[in-house]
Each structure stands twice: as C-alpha cells, then as structure tokens.
Design a protein around this ligand. Structure first.
Ligand SMILES: [Zn+2]
Length: 52
C-alpha cells in the first residue's frame, strides 16, 4: 500500500498548462525567463509561482 510513497508530489505542483514565467504587464506566459517580454516589451517577466 505504501510502496509508492517515495514518489514526491512535485510532478503535480500546480497544473503546468502555462509556462513557469509570466509577464506581469500583459500576463503572457513563457517557458523561459526573458529579460524583457517579447510580447509587450516590459521588463516584468517573473516566475509565475511568485505571482500567485
Ligand atoms: Zn508582456
């Protein structure tokens, strides 16, 4: 019953349908951390988990 307890819950830490990074200005999400948002040009791309 407890044989699979060593599987850590990291695999479902939030549904990663969006990228881990998000632009705080236009709310576009990305898979990589851009220095500036390629969509709107803002310098507010952060990790999405920090926002929530
Ligand atoms: Zn943006």
């Amino acid at each position: 019953m407890g044989l699979f307890d060593k599987n850590k819950p990291e695999s479902h830490l939030g549904a990663d349908t969006r990228g881990p990074y998000i632009c705080l200005n236009c709310e576009e999400s990305f898979d990589v951390l851009y220095h500036s948002c390629p969509v709107c040009g803002a310098y507010d791309v952060r990790r999405a988990k920090w926002v929530e």
